[in-house]
Design a protein around this ligand. Structure first.
Ligand code: ZN
Ligand code: ZN
Length: 124
């Protein structure tokens, strides 16, 4: 009944990695990223707070955030319309960021570090 069962949040991330493997199993950066989250103590996504491209807000509960395997983070409209589904930094696929359930946010807070690279987006 613990509200913050780490093994449970780890297994949900592992399940997400399995889903990503299924879609982009050829992508080496994703494989290493997922093995990092499978094996080390801290299995959390950063949950960056904004889009790198247009700097709009992407709170942890949004279903509009798209990330690459390195967690470069974009809003859905930039990811699909400007970037055509590919990360401008690493060239990897952008997939929808899983929502972290609100009950985990106190223990596993989202990143407050905003990444904004308009130049990276413009050259995509
Ligand atoms: Zn955007
Ligand atoms: Zn990337």
């Amino acid at each position: 009944m613990a509200l913050h069962d780490r093994s449970q949040s780890r297994s949900s991330i592992t399940a997400w990695c399995d889903a990503v493997f299924h879609v982009i199993r050829e992508t080496t950066p994703c494989v290493s990223w997922c093995s990092r989250y499978r094996s080390e103590e801290d299995p959390m996504l950063e949950l960056r707070p904004g889009c790198e491209c247009c700097d709009c807000d992407l709170p942890p509960e949004t279903d509009q955030a798209m990330i690459c395997s390195f967690e470069c983070t974009f809003c859905q409209s930039c990811a699909t319309q400007k970037l055509k589904g590919l990360c401008p930094n690493c060239g990897g696929d952008l997939v929808r960021r899983p929502v972290r359930p609100a009950r985990y946010l106190a223990e596993a807070p989202p990143s407050s570090q905003r990444v904004f690279k308009p130049a990276g987006c413009a050259t995509a």
